[in-house]
Design a protein around this ligand. Structure first.
Ligand SMILES: *Cc1c(COP(=O)(O)O)cnc(C)c1O
Length: 429
């Protein structure tokens, strides 16, 4: 019998000392209910919880673990580097190596600054955009997530079409007024903002694949059109590649879609499971960052050898062939899901880009967040728990993407598909 009793008592203990018992909200299972398994270890495509349940894992620590859990080469590199100490707050050679690896892979990256999380990277990137343009407003897309910086915790306003409203207590109205909301895959919504706020917009920041409301690919020329509008208006285009960077292609979305950008942000995969982030871009903008320029940004632990080593070791394992393999694994998952949907005529839709995938509980075609909001959330919750009980761990929310790693095999994916088939029959028939 599926038992979570140890996790349940750990959750109770955690709730008395940590808000909600977790250090990042989605881990608490609020949108699906129930008890989150407390994880004790990972091995390849699996995680094991405190009660000894083993799951095939499609969360992968929310994206970083593209090689799978506890990859022996990453662990050995970490063991070696730790013998020399953990942080110096002084320059090291391996920071250059990681920066050079990013520049070599990502077409628009000419210079790199390392930080400690994706949130820090995006906050810094919009500061650079504002600093170099001398403008204050930014455009983001409804449903795109850029970490928990104030400027990004903005919801579409109800009355006014375009002005954002704070999406969390503690975010000021002043901050919200500088963030304009557009709709992903809807270029008119961006054009309208540029008309309305002519000469005031510093940058457009976008997840090139909107991976934080499920996985939604950009349609048609959406990304190139963004490039053109930004150029016409002297605004910077920022690709937030914290999720897509080194995940959907060797050079991320920047390479895959062939769209030139001014700034990019990274995190997740470049830390190989340790805390890291980076922002990068054109030299003329990056040279404005302190100490070479006036735009201030700093970090006590930025570029520490532990996180940098995990990043280098991870990127070293990501060859062009690795991305072919991730594509094949992703395609295997996609075909299996499509077969289940078609054979049973289920009201579901599905998207995939490389090793990122999601199944939406709606038969509507998914173009942006508005469409995802039509999903049947209670069906998703039943699906989620059905899979969990059968040893498949997916993200506990309809609004999240699944991640396949290089440690997943077609056999592991077939096992997953068998369980998905069984669970969907229970949920939808
Ligand atoms: C995860 C994520 C972030 C935030 O990164 P953290 O390391 O969690 O701060 C920012 N942007 C995107 C696109 C992300 O997926």
């Amino acid at each position: 019998m599926f038992d979570l009793s140890k996790s349940r008592s750990l959750l109770e203990r955690a709730q008395s000392c940590i808000p909600g018992g977790v250090n990042s909200p989605v881990r608490a299972f609020k949108s699906v209910g129930g008890t989150p398994p407390f994880i004790v270890k990972g091995e390849g495509p699996y995680v094991v919880d405190a009660d000894g349940n083993r799951y095939i894992d499609y969360v992968g620590s929310w994206g970083p673990l593209i090689l799978g859990h506890a990859h022996p080469d990453v662990l050995n590199a970490l063991k070696r580097v730790i013998d020399n100490g953990t942080s110096f707050g002084a320059p090291t050679e391996i920071e250059i190596i990681l920066a050079e690896m990013i520049i070599e892979r990502v077409p628009s990256a000419e210079m790199v600054r390392l930080v400690n999380s994706g949130t820090e990277a995006t906050m810094s990137a919009i500061r650079v955009a504002r600093g170099v343009t001398g403008r204050e407003k930014i455009i983001k897309f409804d449903g795109c997530y850029h970490g928990h910086g104030d400027s990004f915790l903005i919801a579409a306003g109800s009355g006014a079409l375009t002005l954002g409203e704070p999406d969390s207590p503690g975010v000021t109205k002043g901050t919200a007024a500088d963030t304009l909301l557009a709709k992903f895959n809807d270029i008119d919504s961006v054009e309208n903002l540029f008309k309305q706020f002519k000469g005031q917009i510093a940058c457009v920041i976008v997840e090139p694949v909107n991976g934080n409301v499920g996985c939604i690919p950009p349609q048609g020329n959406f990304l190139q059109n963004l490039r053109d509008i930004c150029t016409e208006n002297d605004a910077l285009l920022i690709f937030d590649e914290v999720m897509t960077g080194f995940r959907i292609a060797r050079g991320g979305a920047n390479e895959l879609f062939g769209v030139d950008v001014d700034l990019l942000t990274f995190g997740k995969v470049i830390g190989g499971g340790l805390p890291i982030g980076a922002y990068a871009g054109k030299k003329e903008y990056m040279l404005e960052v302190s100490p070479s320029g006036p735009i201030y940004q700093a970090g006590t632990l930025s570029g520490n050898p532990v996180a940098v080593t995990a990043g280098i070791e991870t990127l070293n394992h990501l060859s062009p062939e690795s991305y072919d393999q991730l594509e094949q694994l992703g395609e295997h998952m996609e075909r299996g899901l499509q077969t289940i949907i078609k054979t049973n005529d289920y009201p579901l839709s599905q998207h995939r880009v490389g090793s990122m995938f999601s199944l939406f509980f709606t038969d509507r075609s998914i173009r942006n967040y508005d469409d995802v909001k039509t999903c049947n959330i209670s069906q998703f919750a039943k699906y989620f728990h059905g899979l969990l009980e059968r040893g498949v761990y997916i993200a506990p929310s309809q609004y999240e993407t699944g991640f396949i790693s290089l440690s997943h095999t077609t056999r592991v994916i077939d096992e997953t598909l068998d369980r998905i088939d069984i669970v969907l029959e229970k949920v939808l028939k």
